[in-house]
Write a protein that binds this ligand. Structure first.
Ligand SMILES: Cc1cc2nc3c(=O)[nH]c(=O)nc-3n(C[C@H](O)[C@H](O)[C@H](O)COP(=O)(O)OP(=O)(O)OC[C@H]3O[C@@H](n4cnc5c(N)ncnc54)[C@H](O)[C@@H]3O)c2cc1C
Length: 335
């Protein structure tokens, strides 16, 4: 089959690697997003997302995507059911007092890593701004204004926060802005470990990973907005910025150096979604703040749907049939 992928981010690039094994695949990407060089992959998720993150890990290993493993510390109450599910997926977990955190935490080994998104997304792409017009059964796809519908058997729409800008049809996805801050502090452990602080409400992760004074922290807060049509990223007003930074400073003496963010997207239940929108158009989206954790897993699910007709119900598009308006909720990777 000839498959056109619209958007070459985490999912589009994962799909390219998987589908190219059996099909003729081409990615169209408008180059409107600068990806963060590394992102967290964690198995410390909830419910069936743990299996999805496990699939992503399989993908990273199979395609030899660069990753650095890190021990993580989770502060706050975690249910026994979650701990058993993490242990079943190979994570070793124990409660311990951590001197440099100044609190008790769940120490997890084998569950967290930083994935090289640069490595993952280094696949061939054609630079083009794509638009999709829909009729009852079919999608008409244009790249830089040129109709390319007939050049492909099917397309996959996977342009993250830009999806709803690209297609003329209402889809159960809403874009939002999410930010994180590069911080400098005294605790060099913060550049060697990942911390999920559910008491104060933030996460921190290494910036370089060698014990430097730098780390990256954020809170996964959601600022609902559409990416600008002209592709020029503009920072929205981040109302809770000072509050979050003060919470980070309460735990770890530090100061912000640079705040950066980008567009993510969520569904009505904040879980990812995939399925067939039209006879010649599939969708994979709604990866909110955990695309590196579940994105390659979603790409694997779509491949199973296209090639074998298999469906993974909890993530299917039809669960939103009849949903008209909705508000975005809390990011699902937060416990
Ligand atoms: C501050 C911040 C920190 C984050 N930290 C983490 C983390 O640690 N771990 C994690 O798992 N996730 C994290 N995320 C979330 C992660 O970045 C997203 O979930 C992920 O990027 C979504 O992947 P995607 O493939 O759906 O879309 P994206 O990666 O956003 O890719 C979309 C692609 O579509 C392209 N595009 C846009 N418009 C068009 C068009 N008209 N035509 C063609 N192409 C187009 C863009 O250029 C882009 O390449 C973070 C996000 C932010 C903002």
């Amino acid at each position: 089959m000839k498959i056109g992928i619209i958007g070459g981010g985490i999912v589009g690039s994962s799909l390219y690697r998987i589908l190219s094994e059996k099909h003729e695949v081409k990615i169209f990407d408008a180059s409107v997003k600068t990806q963060f060089p590394t992102l967290i992959h964690s198995l410390l998720l909830k419910d069936c997302d743990v299996e999805l993150a496990s699939l992503s890990l399989e993908f990273y290993k199979k395609y030899k995507i660069k990753r650095m493993d890190f021990t993580s510390y989770t502060i706050g109450k975690v249910g026994d059911d979650l701990i058993s599910s993490w242990t079943e997926h190979g994570v070793s977990v124990k409660e311990t007092y951590v001197d440099w955190i100044g609190d008790k935490a769940l120490e997890a080994k084998g569950g967290d890593s930083l994935v090289s998104i640069k490595d993952l997304t280094e696949v061939p792409k054609e630079k083009a701004k794509v638009g999709v017009l829909t009729s009852e059964k079919k999608a008409t796809v244009k790249a830089n204004g040129k109709d390319i519908t007939g050049d492909f058997d099917v397309f996959v729409l996977t342009a993250g926060g830009w999806n709803s800008n690209i297609i003329d049809q209402r889809i159960p996805l809403k874009p939002y802005y999410c930010w994180a801050s590069l911080m400098k502090g005294h605790r060099r452990e913060l550049d060697k470990f990942i911390v999920y602080d559910y008491v104060l409400g933030f996460y921190s992760r290494p910036a370089i990973g060698i014990g430097s004074p730098l780390f990256i922290a954020g809170d996964g807060d959601i600022i609902e907005m559409r990416p600008p049509e002209d592709g020029k990223a503009r920072k929205p007003e981040i109302k809770d910025r000072d509050l979050v930074i003060s919470r980070i400073k309460t735990r770890f003496e530090s100061r912000p150096i640079y705040v950066s963010g980008n567009f993510c997207e969520g569904t009505p239940d904040m879980r990812p979604v995939y399925g067939r929108l039209k006879d010649n158009l599939y969708l994979v989206g709604g990866l909110n703040g955990y695309g590196a954790e579940v994105g390659p897993g979603m790409a694997m699910l779509l491949e199973m749907m296209i090639d074998k007709g298999e469906e993974r119900r909890p993530y299917m598009l039809d669960r939103f049939n009849g949903v008209e308006n909705f508000d975005l909720g809390r990011e699902p990777h937060e416990l």
